[in-house]
Design a protein around this ligand. Structure first.
Ligand code: ATP
Ligand code: MG
Length: 340
């Protein structure tokens, strides 16, 4: 059983501040806002054994003993049949949590989070939008940005330099699809130091480096910033035990949000959801029937498409725009797996 500390919350009009409870299920949003479900443990006499404590945000509670915060938004078990509307609500909620956690990281309320999910579902988009909002004024004022998105790979010394550059407490670093740094021993040890749960998070570069000297970077410093990792890897499903142990150390220092959009149905619903919100095909000037014909085409060919994602929907939309008469043929040729 996980123990949590409610930093600030409320139960039936009573303020709950820095109190510990046994967690029953993680952060959820209901009609009246966010809450976590915990065991009463006798704190509130004459109240049920399991209670919902109102919290405004995920950052209003923390795990004790280095557990990760679990999002209670996984797909219901096979026993309950989920309607399309329910699935849409579940998916929307997950992305709302992504937005909220990103905000909390940017605001420094959360030190680190790992976002994991399949390709092309909107992980980068969700985080980048929040970063853009947060840095808008700095960009307008031509000030140095306090956030950076690092994509691709980094060497250990490159990572050390980047951590130094963004070590202030109001800085945010996003490592987007940088799986190689998560799999490198030296990089991982730097990150472990940067995200440790103690008050001081000291990172050191042990060997002599002229590159660091040239840049005026000390061989040790305190990291006070926040970090977001975005990845396609599922940390808990890694086959190699060595790798799992390795990543467990990082996961224990971070909030871990698995978007779990793993079924074909979930992915199709996510695409429809974004299109319905009017943002996915913005700029294409499609009639509603045209949008529908794209969805229908994707659904009919779901097993043949190379992937089911927002990105794939945009590729097919490009082809529809390019060639209204021949887009299906073009899509078959360029977006589908080659039959054996
Ligand atoms: N909420 C949204 N509204 C409009 N467009 C979106 C939204 N979310 C994602 N997209 C678009 O969908 C495409 C894929 O999104 P994104 O790049 O964020 O996926 P991802 O999950 O980070 O994928 P990968 O794991 O491959 O990096 C992008 O072109 C993005 O602009
Ligand atoms: Mg991405």
């Amino acid at each position: 059983m996980s123990a949590i500390r409610i930093v600030r919350g409320e139960y039936r009009g009573t303020t709950v501040k820095n109190q510990n409870f046994t967690l029953v299920s993680g952060f959820q949003t209901g009609a009246k806002g966010g809450y976590v479900t915990v065991q009463n443990d006798g704190t509130f006499p004459n109240c049920p054994a399991t209670i919902r404590i109102k919290v405004d945000a995920i950052s209003d509670y923390e795990m004790i003993n280095g557990d990760t915060v679990e999002m209670n938004t996984s797909a219901p078990t096979a026993k309950t049949v989920e309607t399309e509307d329910e699935a849409m609500t579940r998916i929307r909620e997950r992305f709302e949590i992504l937005t909220e956690m990103s905000k909390a990281c940017i605001g420094g309320d959360i030190r680190a989070m790992i976002v994991s999910g399949p390709p092309g579902v909107g992980k980068s988009y969700g985080v980048e939008q929040e970063i853009e909002k947060a840095t808008l004024f700095d960009r307008l004022a031509g000030k140095r940005l306090r956030a950076e998105v690092v994509k691709g790979s980094a060497t250990p010394i490159g990572l050390y330099q980047t951590l130094y550059k963004y070590s202030d407490e109001n800085c945010v670093l996003v490592f987007d699809d940088c799986d190689s740094i998560l799999l490198d021993d030296v990089c991982l040890n730097l990150l472990k130091g940067a995200l440790d749960s103690g008050k001081k998070r000291k990172i050191s570069w042990l060997s002599e480096s002229s590159a660091l000297r040239r840049e005026g970077i000390p061989d040790q410093f305190d990291f006070k910033g926040s970090v977001i990792f975005i990845t396609n890897m599922k940390f808990d499903k890694m086959k190699s035990q060595k790798l799992r142990d390795h990543l467990d150390a990082l996961q224990s220092r971070c909030h871990y949000l698995d978007l779990t959009l793993d079924t074909m149905r979930d992915k199709i619903l996510r695409i429809k959801q974004i299109a319905k919100d009017g943002v996915l095909f913005e700029g294409y000037d499609f009639e509603p029937e045209t949008q529908d014909s794209i969805f229908e085409f994707m659904e009919t060919n779901q097993t043949r498409l190379r992937e089911m994602s927002l990105r794939m929907a945009l590729k097919i939309a490009d082809l529809r725009k390019l060639s209204p008469g021949n887009w299906k043929r073009l899509s078959e040729t360029t977006c589908m797996k080659v039959a054996d």
